[in-house]
Design a binder for this molecule. Structure first.
Ligand code: DCP
Ligand code: MG
Length: 712
């Protein structure tokens, strides 16, 4: 108990004394300076852009502010500016309906990646091309980055700045330390040490009697409070917080032209409700004395974490969706939801939330996906989409600081959906060298190859690629220090890498005719060309790939191929060679394909080729019995519908690839690996795959010592 409390309570002067004292202590003040989440003076803000994507388009297109505009994605509207909302437009209506309601509406389609393109763009009539385009949110991410940078610029430097990105257009700010510093400057009495050096002593009451709330939407006080009551330090703190938010918003407006709304309160939950309370371009302040009044008007399903299933469960159990009704439920009743959930709910609807504003809240995974309407049905189509996914994900990884080795993902996943069946393939991303788009692409296309090997890959209704397991501090790992490329050096390498990558995959015009022919005849194999042995690459750039070209060190093939060991990442030799991938994240061993894998899509009445090879004469007569819509595979003598030809050949190709890798894993001799299996030369232009795949493991190259991760 505070030493001052007995005095206040027992002295005849106690009433007067109490009037002169704040209800907050010196300890609260200290807590304010160090962002304590339980501090009663805490000041948290939430800032959310108004009609964000719509504003991005308005700023980009230079549209007048009163012009109704909506952002369209295919036939739907995903963002509607405030002038358009006056016409009753919302996300629930289609572009056709919107046009009827508001004929002067500008509908701007989101940028898209066109199948096969290297970069997203704003395409004319993009909404008509759902089959061949994929939405890109990059323009909005770029604006989001600028906005967050501007917000940070308008705050003092860390540690007096705490900004958590909560979504593409929203941030939480913990303003506590900044508010503390301003309070001490404005109210010198707060700089005095506590009486008796006792931090539990109460602070003197502020002398201020009126606060200027400027243009803020001030939430009315609780019924038990009046505006005539004495102000206390929490009112002062919140009003300073509100000033800060006003200046932050003004800076964003002035520098980038965007309007945003803010909420200022004692915690994240209230601040977020506040920013949405009065939109657009306003800020709502919820003083501590107004919390109950503010919350009781809400449906609890609007509260953070109660918008989804949990909220639905609470509604179902208590037969109400309002905070007001739920406040009547005692704690033990709410605990019917479970002890922890019940307690959390009890305090949440009373406006308590001690979750922290975490500037380190970082992306854990990234996903790029596409649903195909109509479904896609060839490997080449799949790879073209994968290329887009990779470009999309890689640009986001760059934002996350992969080039500076701040963070990088550890795993890559491919999800494939056919009808109701979804399959996933996963592979580790080799650590220990620069993370590039080409590496990601090589890994991703090999995951797709694994799906093809498994069979029944086509038609495919949905593909999605994701990277996950982002890790910090690769830069701190002494063992791989030699391979790290940072900052400008990394960017320069990336540029040359990107150039080589584009040429490697697609830029046929830039290649000499004979090289181009190789690609042209190549079919899907071009997607498997290991980059490190590509002649074009080594002629063009000096990426880390080249360093490996000169190696003559032997390879520990067993170790090198165990790519699933994240604690002992694969050395450079594994990075861009085709990967044998595991099906499940928890499967530590690389997946091996059995030699007797059966090609997919062989009609059930035709025995698998290994079980029943056909004699040449049989083949001819058999062939003649087939309609023109069938084809005979020269490699396995299977008879298949013509429509399955491409898939079947892909299957052989992927199978060959897997065999190569298997052979390498088992440490076969150089000569054995180099001797082409006869049928491979008949396959769809194996091209450089055989030599390339092998060369990747034939010897350890320069700078390719086994990496002593974590050992310093
Ligand atoms: N968004 C989307 N689909 C949704 C919700 C949002 O594509 N169902 C996108 C478009 C929005 C952006 O995210 O512009 C930000 O979402 P908000 O919920 O913040 O909505 P707005 O910023 O558009 O409007 P508000 O002014 O209400 O914040
Ligand atoms: Mg918004």
């Amino acid at each position: 108990m505070s030493s001052s409390q007995p005095f206040i309570q027992s002295s005849p002067l106690s009433v007067t004394a109490r009037r002169r004292k704040s209800k907050f202590t010196f300890k609260h003040l200290v807590q304010l300076s160090n962002y304590s989440t339980t501090c009663a003076l805490r000041v948290i803000a939430h800032v959310d852009l108004d009609a964000f994507y719509a504003q991005c388009e308005m700023v980009r297109l230079g549209v007048p502010e009163d012009q109704p505009l909506a952002v369209q994605q295919w036939q739907s509207l995903i963002a509607i500016n405030y002038p358009a909302r006056k016409f009753g437009l919302g996300r629930h209506i289609t572009s056709m309906e919107a046009h009827k309601l508001c004929p002067e509406l500008i509908m701007q389609h989101v940028a898209t990646w066109r199948e096969g393109d290297e970069k997203w763009a704003y395409h004319e009539d993009a909404f008509k091309h759902i089959a061949t385009h994929k939405v890109s949110l990059d323009p909005y991410r770029m604006e989001s980055r600028k906005i967050i940078a501007t917000i940070k610029e308008s705050l003092p430097a860390p540690p007096m700045q705490r900004v958590e990105k909560a979504g593409i257009d929203e941030v939480f700010l913990d303003l506590s330390a900044q508010v503390h510093s301003i309070m001490l400057g404005r109210y010198p009495e707060l700089q005095e040490p506590p009486p008796y050096d006792d931090p539990t002593e109460y602070l003197p009451r502020p002398l201020t009697t009126v606060l200027d709330w400027n243009t803020d939407a001030l939430v009315d006080l609780d019924a038990s409070e009046t505006e005539d009551d004495y102000l206390d330090w929490d009112d002062i703190a919140i009003s300073i917080g509100s000033e800060i938010v006003r200046s932050v918003r003004a800076r964003v407006r002035e520098k980038l032209k965007y309007t945003c709304s803010g909420g200022v309160a004692r915690n994240k939950m209230l601040a977020k409700l506040g920013s949405a309370h009065k939109k657009p371009n306003q800020q709502t302040v919820i003083r501590n004395r107004a919390v109950q009044h503010f919350l009781s008007g809400f449906k609890f399903t609007k509260i953070r974490n109660l918008g989804g299933k949990l909220g639905d469960d609470v509604v179902a159990m208590f037969n109400t969706d309002t905070v007001k009704d739920l406040l009547e439920q005692p704690l033990d009743q709410l605990k019917r939801m479970g002890d922890d959930t019940g307690s959390w709910l009890y305090w949440t609807i009373r406006g308590e939330d001690d979750s922290e504003v975490n500037p380190r809240t970082q992306i854990k995974s990234m996903l790029s996906a596409k649903s195909f309407r109509p479904a896609i049905s060839t490997f080449e189509q799949g790879v073209r989409w994968i290329r887009i996914f990779v470009a999309d994900i890689f640009s986001r990884c760059v934002e996350e600081g992969v080039l500076e080795n701040k963070r990088r993902p550890k795993t890559i996943n491919l999800h494939h959906r056919q009808g109701a069946q979804t399959r996933s393939k996963q592979s580790p991303i080799p650590q220990g060298k620069m993370f590039t788009e080409a590496i990601l692409f090589d890994l991703a296309k090999n995951l797709l190859a694994q799906v093809v090997v498994d069979g029944r890959a086509w038609p495919c209704a949905n593909l999605s690629l994701s990277v996950g397991g982002f890790e910090d501090g690769v830069a701190n790992n002494m063992g791989i220090g030699g391979f790290l490329v940072r900052g400008e050096e990394a960017k320069a390498l990336l540029a040359s890498e990107r150039h080589a990558f584009e040429s490697h995959v697609e830029d046929k015009d830039s290649q000499p005719p004979e090289k181009r022919r190789k690609f042209d005849n190549g079919g899907i194999q071009k997607f498997f060309l290991p980059r490190e042995i590509s002649q074009e690459d080594s002629e063009r750039d000096h990426t880390p790939f080249q360093r490996r070209e000169d190696s003559d060190e032997p390879v520990n093939s067993e170790k090198d191929n165990d790519m699933s060991e994240s604690s002992d990442p694969a050395p450079l030799s594994n990075i861009s060679k085709p990967t044998i991938c595991s099906d499940s994240p928890s499967t530590p061993k690389a997946r091996h394909l059995d030699d007797d894998d059966i090609p997919p899509d062989i009609p059930p009445d035709i025995p698998p080729p290994s079980a029943q090879p056909l004699s040449p004469s049989h083949r001819i007569s058999h062939f003649h019995q087939q309609s023109l819509n069938t084809y005979l595979c020269t490699r396995c003598s299977s008879n298949l519908p013509l429509a399955k030809k491409v898939e079947h050949e892909d299957w052989h190709f992927a199978k060959d690839l897997a065999k190569d890798l298997q052979a390498e894993e088992h440490g076969q001799t150089e000569s054995a690996r180099r001797t082409p299996v006869p049928q491979k030369s008949h396959s769809r232009g194996r091209g450089r795959l055989v030599g390339g795949g092998s060369s990747a493991v034939k010897g350890r190259e320069k700078g390719q010592r086994r990496l002593a991760f974590g050992k310093g």
